[in-house]
Every structure is written in C-alpha cells, then in structure tokens.
Design a protein around this ligand. Sequence first.
Ligand code: DQA
Length: 152
Amino acid sequence: MPAKRKTFLVMHGPNLNLLGEREPEIYGSMTLTELNAAIRKHAAGIGVRVIFFQSNHEGSLIDCLHRNRKRIQGLIINAGALTHYSFALRDAIASTGIPAVEVHLSDIHKREEFRKTSVIREVCLDQICGLGMTGYFNGINLLARNPPKKRP
Ligand code: DQA
C-alpha cells in the first residue's frame, strides 16, 4: 500500500500578512500569497499536502494548532515577534507534540538583541533563519523525512 500523504500546517504570525510591503529591505518583495504558492508547489513536488494559516493574534494561532492537531503530521511556524516572548505558543506546540520547525525569513541572530531569543526553539526540531523562502522549503524537507531528525 502506498504511504499516506502527510499534511503539514504552515503557520504565519503577526505582521506577516504585510509581506511584500513590510520592510522589503529585510523581508523581500514577495507577498504572503506568493510565498504560500511557492511553498505549496515545493511541498507538492515531494508529495506533501500543506495547509496555511496567518493571524496577528496569539490566541488564534493557538486555537488553529489545537483545531488541526489530529490532522497534521508537521508544523512549519514563523511566529513573527511572538517567537521572542510567547510562552503560550511554546506550550501549545509542546502540548500537541506535533513535530515542528521554526522558520524566519531574516537572520534573527544578526539583528536587534531581542530577536536573538526564541522561546519556541526548544520545542522545535530545528530553527532555520536568514534563508528567505528557501527556509520554508528546507523545513518541509526536514519534516518529510521519516522520522524527522533533530539537528545534531
Ligand atoms: C521574523 C523575525 C521576527 O523577529 C519578526 O518579528 C518577524 C519576522 C522573520 O521572518 O524574519 O515578524 O520572524
């Protein structure tokens, strides 16, 4: 029997709806719609189904994760600024136990001090940053591996 197709949730946090117009010198000129289309195409190429969710609200992101926890096998999350302080989001990832990869378009380690801390890092298999949309592709590749391996 062929293996069942995996479904991953790609979650975008606050302000990522403004991609394309938001600080393009940092985040590039691609809109969120274009980014999602590129992710979908990449995922389809390796036989993975993706669903997308963006919200500017911490609770909505958590609710979405809870709602989908039984139907997804992986989470790609760019939590935006929530990355740096949302213990509630961290607990939500830990509570669901879904294998997750943290992605950032920019290199958070080469920017302001406050961006260097990620409170979700420990509950994710890996953190990928500074690679633009390629970071999402790499995250999907990592989760698609069976079982996904933690970075050594
Ligand atoms: C970001 C980096 C965060 O520090 C910032 O708050 C964002 C975007 C990134 O993709 O580089 O909103 O997650």
